[in-house]
Design a binder for this molecule. Structure first.
Ligand code: ZN
Length: 256
C-alpha cells in the first residue's frame, strides 16, 4: 500500500503545482476580462450618446421646420388682414395671429434649448471618445504582458501534464482513482501525513487506533473528519521519493 502512496505523493506534487498554476491563469484571465469589460462599457456609452445626439438633431430639424411654417402662416394672415374691412373679422385674425406668434416664440425657445442640450451631449461624447482611445492605448502593453504570461503558464502546464502522464502510467489504478476523486472535491492536498496523531489536512485529532492503522500502512486509511488519505511520514517505505525517478530514468535509457 505504501509504495502505491509513494507514486501518488509524486503525482500530488505535480497536481498542486498545476492547481497553483491554474489559479494564476484564472486571475490573469479575469484581469484581461476586466480590461475588456471597461472597454465594452465605454463603447456602449459612446454608442448610446451618439444615438441620443442623432435623435436630438432630428427633433431640432422638425422644430425648425415648424418655426418656418409658423412664419409662413403669419405672413399669409398678415396679408389677409390688410385686405379686411370688417372690424370683427379683423379682430378675429389679430387673435389668431397672436396665438400663432405665441406658439412660434415657444417653439423657438424649445429649439434653442435643444440646441444647447445637443452641444452639451456632443462635448460628453467627445470626452467618452478620448477616454476610450486613451484606455485602449494604456491597456495595450498590459494586455500584451498578460497574454505572454498566459502563454508561459500554458507551456508550464503542458510540461506538468506530460510529467504526470508518465508518472500515472504505473500508478496503482484503484488508489489513483480514489485520490483523483478526492482531489476533484477538495482542490487541495488529499494525501496528507498524520502528525502528532492529527490529520495534517484538517488539523483535527484522531484516535490512537487510527494512528496504529496509519502506521501499519496495510490499507488506505482516511481521516474520518475530512476524508483525506493519511500516511505515516516516518515510514521507511516512504523515504527517498527519488527512487522512483531513478527507476524511470533507467527505463528510458534502456529504451533508447
Ligand atoms: Zn482530516
Amino acid at each position: 500500500m505504501l509504495s502505491a502512496l509513494k507514486r501518488i505523493l509524486e503525482l500530488q506534487d505535480l497536481d498542486m503545482k498545476m492547481l497553483r498554476l491554474m489559479g494564476v491563469k484564472k486571475e490573469r484571465l479575469s484581469e484581461l476580462e476586466h480590461i475588456a469589460a471597461l472597454r465594452r462599457d465605454l463603447k456602449k456609452q459612446q454608442n448610446e450618446k451618439a444615438v441620443e445626439i442623432e435623435e436630438l438633431s432630428k427633433t431640432i430639424v422638425i422644430q425648425e421646420n415648424s418655426i418656418s411654417e409658423f412664419k409662413e402662416k403669419l405672413k399669409k394672415l398678415d396679408a389677409k388682414q390688410s385686405a379686411i374691412k370688417k372690424v370683427e373679422e379683423f379682430n378675429a385674425l389679430t387673435q389668431e395671429m397672436s396665438t400663432l406668434e405665441r406658439q412660434r416664440v415657444a417653439t423657438v425657445q424649445q429649439t434653442s434649448d435643444l440646441i444647447d442640450k445637443k452641444h452639451i451631449e456632443e462635448e460628453i461624447l467627445e470626452k467618452i471618445r478620448l477616454s476610450l482611445s486613451s484606455s485602449e492605448e494604456s491597456s495595450k502593453s498590459l494586455e500584451e504582458e498578460i497574454a505572454n504570461n498566459i502563454n508561459l503558464i500554458n507551456k508550464e502546464g503542458k510540461g506538468l501534464k506530460e510529467k504526470r502522464d508518465v508518472l500515472s502510467k504505473d500508478a496503482d489504478i484503484d488508489v489513483l482513482k480514489i485520490y483523483e476523486k478526492l482531489l476533484r472535491n477538495k482542490k487541495d492536498r488529499v494525501l496528507v501525513p498524520m502528525e502528532n496523531r492529527t490529520c495534517s489536512g484538517c488539523h483535527i485529532a484522531l484516535t490512537a487506533q487510527h494512528e496504529n492503522s496509519v502506521r501499519k500502512g496495510e490499507r488506505l486509511i482516511f481521516c474520518e473528519h475530512c476524508s483525506r488519505i493519511l500516511f505515516w511520514q516516518e515510514s521507511e517505505d516512504l523515504e527517498g521519493l527519488a527512487v522512483a525517478t531513478k527507476r524511470r530514468r533507467r527505463r528510458k535509457v534502456l529504451k533508447s
